[in-house]
Design a protein around this ligand. Structure first.
Ligand code: MSP
Length: 653
């Protein structure tokens, strides 16, 4: 199926984000990249549908709402709004923001489920396996790594229950053939190979429902089951396209031209389950899937680099980074946001992992933006005012930078077609540097001094012409900066006037009156940056004084312990010696200050809470290996006890 002719819409998507937490750099990365694609296509005159949104069902989201004591709907409303606000601040211009709790989406998911159950691709069965809530994924026992989730390493929960299954296995052959016939389906190519191996190893049917929950889409006509969150989530791409109720829109939009995502959700979901679902629905597959790498940070245990994520407590908020950048540089806040967008797509080749550091942000800001691009403008525009009364001349004769402009445009287009964003920016910067060199070589200040004002005017025209082309090239990446350059050049910056086809030499109108030059990128003093970082750290430490992080709390090993025996310690009227079974080979001896309140016989038989990894200590000749929890500030008032059926050794969290 082809999109309907000239009406075809370029459809680009991001994954929809779990609303268990606020957006961080990982989410922003995919969304900025998709925004760059959407803006580039619009600049090229294409109609675009750029969709992003939030994935609001599932246990992970439900538990986060519970943990904060909030009603789940109120919780997801709050976080979805925070996502929208963050995207606006990040200069993201999406066309559709899908929320999976929208009624239209719920109806689409139920429609798809029903249709596939009717065709036999969804069938009832018995689920037996291990579930990782963090990944919202299930695994067979033999897939676990050391008994934990093979993807994220966290603990998994066992489940055995009736459920519906989707026949992914039936489509394995077809998917494999598709991958082989479409070598450009997945970018980068290395990921396509990875997916081929994944599929070749065999695909098993996906469990697409679970025992009825209050926070998932119910399976139609079966009160006992709810739909699996990934099955629900993938269908968002269809809902946005108008499936099944708006066939006219659907014909113009489907299939997606490109779907962007992180490498972690490619093989299992977007490259197998998703194509299989589309095959079962008899719908065309997306044209391309593009998987990017991760933003990583040094691991706390110094074992190397680890993915940035909320649960590791190492998140970076790129908007905060932009605010810091604005603070230390004195740049406009919108310029700083654009600079972070630039940094994210320029610093790391799309597809590879990268380390975010403020030092490298500042290096890029100073070198690429302030020095290369900023200087090109700051060294040329004021001269137009000084030598030419603020008006560019008409171009005359051969333009010397013609080939450079054309080469840059071509290289940039090629790179953009391959989602090689850093390559596209490199091509543009080659042009910026060439124009700076041209300015040095032709030295219009000398020409003017020697009375060759006309020749000086031609040089300045060419430099301004390059600046205009560069502004077009960077517009998808740095929309605010591009518009600002355009304004400084004295051009009108609207969607109609800024067109990619004018990325060509000599298109700057003759006699353009250039605007007021104003440096866009003030150079950053690195010492000032360090000072600001120190201050921020101090502020942060102050605001978290007295608080422990989750990771710190998790270091305390709390266990259920059964008190087997208790006795007084001679000549120590406050202490009791307890013998406690904490599920180990040997019971432990624990000395506790419980005697002011409890008789030894009150305690025997109780299941108490033990701090199992407390440093051992010798107290009155007894070796104390742990501590038991009791309420009471000075003297004990009450024991913390667990129900008697809780086995000794059970972890308390
Ligand atoms: N809700 C699912 C997606 C469903 S799409 C039908 C989900 N959500 S997520 O919020 O956990 O992650 C969304 C995206 O953020 C993924 O593409 C993931 O790769 C990306 N990132 C999260 N952390 C990341 C980094 N540290 N670095 C780069 N991107 C990473 O998965």
């Amino acid at each position: 199926m082809e999109k309907t002719g000239a009406n075809g819409v370029f459809y680009v998507t991001t994954p929809i984000y779990y609303v268990n937490a606020l957006p961080h750099i990982g989410h922003s990365y995919t969304t900025v990249a998709a925004d760059v694609v959407a803006r580039y296509r619009r600049l090229r005159g294409q109609r675009v549908l750029f969709a992003t949104g939030t994935d609001e069902h599932g246990q992970k989201v439900f538990r986060s709402a519970q943990a904060q004591g909030k009603n789940p709907q109120a919780f997801v409303d709050e976080i979805a709004a925070a996502y929208q606000k963050a995207w606006k601040a990040f200069h993201i211009e999406y066309d559709a923001f899908i929320r999976t709790t929208n009624t239209t989406h719920v109806a689409t998911v139920q429609y798809v489920f029903d249709k596939l159950r009717a065709s036999g691709d969804i069938y009832p069965g018995e689920y037996e396996g291990w579930y990782c809530t963090a990944c919202e994924s299930s695994f067979r026992e033999d897939e676990l790594r050391d008994g934990n989730c093979p993807d994220c390493g966290r603990s998994v929960e066992h489940a055995s229950q009736p459920a519906y299954f989707f026949r992914t296995s039936k489509y394995a052959e077809r998917i494999l053939r598709y991958l082989e016939d479409h070598p450009d389906f997945i970018i980068p190519r290395s990921r396509q190979n990875e997916v081929i191996s994944f599929v070749s190893a065999g695909l098993r049917d996906a469990c697409v429902s679970r025992r009825r929950t209050d926070w998932d889409i119910p399976v139609p006509d079966d009160d006992s089951q709810s739909i699996y969150v990934w099955f629900d989530a993938l269908i968002n791409y269809l809902t946005v396209a108008g499936y099944p109720d708006d066939p006219e829109k659907f014909a113009q939009v489907w299939p997606p031209d490109v779907q962007l995502m992180g490498k972690d959700i490619l093989p299992r979901f977007h490259a197998t389950l998703w194509p299989a679902m589309l095959m079962a629905l008899d719908l065309p597959l997306p044209r391309q899937l593009v998987a990017h790498g991760w933003w990583v940070a040094p691991a706390s245990d110094k074992t190397g680099l680890t993915k940035i994520s909320k649960s590791k407590g190492n998140v970076i908020d790129p908007l905060q980074a932009a605010a810091n950048l604005a603070h230390v540089s004195g740049a406009d806040g919108d310029v700083a946001v654009d600079a972070i967008r630039y940094y994210m797509l320029r610093e790391v080749t799309f597809g590879l992992d990268g380390v975010f550091s403020m030092d490298s942000v500042v290096d890029r800001f100073n070198a690429d933006l302030a020095n290369d691009l900023g200087n090109l403008l700051n060294r040329s525009l004021p001269l137009v005012h000084r030598f030419l009364a603020g008006c560019l001349p008409a171009p005359s004769g051969d333009l010397e930078l013609t080939e450079d402009i054309e080469a840059a445009r071509q290289a940039c287009e090629q790179a953009m077609d391959q989602y090689d964003f850093s390559g596209a920016l490199e091509a543009l910067w080659a042009l910026v540097r060439r124009a700076n060199k041209f300015l040095d070589e032709r030295a219009p200040w000398n020409l003017h001094k020697a009375g060759h004002t006309e020749a000086a005017g031609q040089v300045l025209y060419e430099v301004a012409d390059v600046a205009r082309c560069v502004a077009l090239g960077i517009a998808p990446f740095m929309p605010y900066v591009a518009a600002e350059i355009w304004r400084q050049l004295g051009l009108e910056e609207t969607q109609e006037t800024m067109r990619w086809q004018d990325f060509a030499p000599g298109r700057t109108p003759a006699h353009t009156a250039v605007g007021e030059p104003r440096p866009i990128f003030p150079r950053i003093d690195v010492n000032k940056l360090q000072q600001a970082e120190v201050e921020q750290k101090a502020r942060q430490e102050k605001s978290t004084e007295g608080l422990v992080t989750l990771a710190e709390f998790a270091r305390v090993d709390l266990r259920a312990g059964k008190v087997l025996a208790a006795e007084r310690i001679p000549k120590a009227d406050k202490l009791l010696k307890l013998i406690v079974d904490v599920g180990e080979d040997q019971p432990r001896e624990i000395v506790a200050g419980l005697a002011p309140r409890f008789q030894p016989e009150d305690l025997v038989g109780l299941t108490v809470v033990v701090v199992a990894n407390l440093e051992p200590a010798t107290i009155r000749g007894a070796r104390s290996q742990g501590m038991v929890l009791a309420a009471g500030a000075q003297e004990p008032v009450a024991m913390v006890v667990l129900s008697p059926d809780c086995p000794p050794g059970t972890k308390v969290r």
